[in-house]
Structures are given as structure tokens and as C-alpha cells.
Design a protein around this ligand. Structure first.
Ligand SMILES: Cc1cc2nc3c(=O)[nH]c(=O)nc-3n(C[C@H](O)[C@H](O)[C@H](O)COP(=O)(O)O)c2cc1C
Length: 188
């Protein structure tokens, strides 16, 4: 496990509230102190201000999908401070409800265990494992139906076109360079 640059305290609890677009509306003092940003720099900013490029995009797609569906989300996230020092958090993200409506999100961060971090590292590393070698079969099965039909029909049309241009006049006894006219059975 790579050592984080910022070692959080077991007793630390970081609270961040955002609106429905992930714009920060509230931060507690513990978070302000650790993040390196001033409160003014944080309020009104997107929470991606703490985003670390190590994190795969799918983790946040999962987070957004879950909380937009009105459900809580928990995950181990690597974030960074204003000076780009990295730290891991166990983030528990919950929708904030008012009169039965989701009006924003609350994120509670705590220090994760070493085991949680190494499991998260494994998961993120696995997800970026090299793709299997290119396979025509897989490529074809991923195409949509219209493209599949085009790929299957176009060579047949090409063959019919070539036959109609060169082979049919020949079979009908037409001279090279003329084409056979089906309508009046002549070569022109
Ligand atoms: C409540 C809440 C908490 C979030 N927590 C984090 C977080 O701790 N770290 C992070 O990088 N993104 C977090 N995000 C996701 C960011 O909004 C953003 O989608 C992510 O950083 C990816 O940045 P990008 O959309 O600019 O690529 C959170 C979003 C919400 C709604």
C-alpha cells in the first residue's frame, strides 16, 4: 500500500454538503483545515475540486447514479488537498431530503482502515487491467443491428453490381463495354 501524503486521524469526521449538482454548500472546520483550501475557496465550487486523477471515472458515475436514485453510497476514495497531497477517505454519501424531495447531498468522510485502502487499490487496479486482444467476433457482436445488416448486405450488393456490369452482358452475348438491357433484351 502506497503511503498517503496526509495521515488522517481516526477521530476525524469531515462533513461536506453539496447541492444537486455537486456544488459545495457547507463544509465543517475539520475539512477546511485538512483540505488546504479556505472556506471561501470551497463554498460554491464543485466537489471535484478535491478530485485525484488516480480515481477511475466509473467510481463517480456509480456514486452519482446511486445518490440520484435517492440511495446512500459508500466507497473508498483517494482525494487531494490544495497542494496536491493525496489522502484516502471512506466516504458515506447520503441524499438530503426535505419534504420528501432530494435537495442535495451530504458526504461524511472518515479515515479508512489499511485493509479498506488495499482492497480499493486492488479494485481500481483491476478495473484498469489491459483489455483482451482485439477479436473480430467481439467487435461484430458489439455493433448495433443496423451496422451489422449493412456489413452483411453490402458485399452481396457489390457482387450483384459487378455481375450486372460485367458478367450479364457477356452472358447475353453483348460486346465488352456495352450493358445488357433487361427491358428490351438488347445491348447498349
Ligand atoms: C455528495 C458528493 C460527494 C462527492 N465526493 C467526491 C469526492 O470525495 N471526490 C471526488 O473526486 N469526487 C467526488 N464527487 C464527484 C464529483 O462531483 C465529480 O463527479 C468527480 O470528482 C469527477 O470529476 P469530473 O466530473 O470533473 O470528472 C462527489 C459528488 C457528490 C454529489
Amino acid at each position: 500500500m502506497e503511503q498517503p501524503d496526509v495521515d488522517l486521524d481516526e477521530s476525524d469526521a469531515f462533513y461536506i454538503e453539496t447541492d444537486l449538482d455537486g456544488i459545495i454548500t457547507y463544509v465543517n472546520d475539520t475539512f477546511v483545515k485538512m483540505s488546504g483550501f479556505s472556506r471561501n475557496e470551497l463554498i460554491g465550487e464543485n466537489l471535484n475540486i478535491v478530485h485525484h486523477p488516480y480515481m477511475p471515472q466509473w467510481a463517480f458515475e456509480d456514486l452519482w447514479k446511486t445518490v440520484k436514485g435517492g440511495h446512500p453510497w459508500q466507497g473508498i476514495i483517494k482525494n487531494r488537498t490544495k497542494s496536491s497531497a493525496q489522502y484516502w477517505v471512506r466516504a458515506t454519501v447520503s441524499p438530503v431530503m426535505r419534504s420528501g424531495q432530494v435537495v442535495g447531498y451530504l458526504s461524511l468522510w472518515q479515515k479508512p482502515s489499511r485493509l479498506e485502502i488495499s482492497e480499493a487499490e486492488k479494485l481500481y487496479r483491476m478495473a484498469e487491467a489491459p483489455r483482451p486482444p482485439f477479436s473480430i467476433q467481439r467487435w461484430f457482436s458489439n455493433l448495433n443491428l443496423q451496422t451489422k445488416l449493412q456489413i452483411m448486405i453490402q458485399p452481396a450488393l457489390l457482387i450483384v453490381g459487378v455481375l450486372a456490369t460485367f458478367r450479364l452482358p457477356d452472358l447475353a452475348g453483348c460486346e465488352f463495354g456495352t450493358s445488357y438491357q433487361f427491358v428490351n433484351h438488347s445491348c447498349t
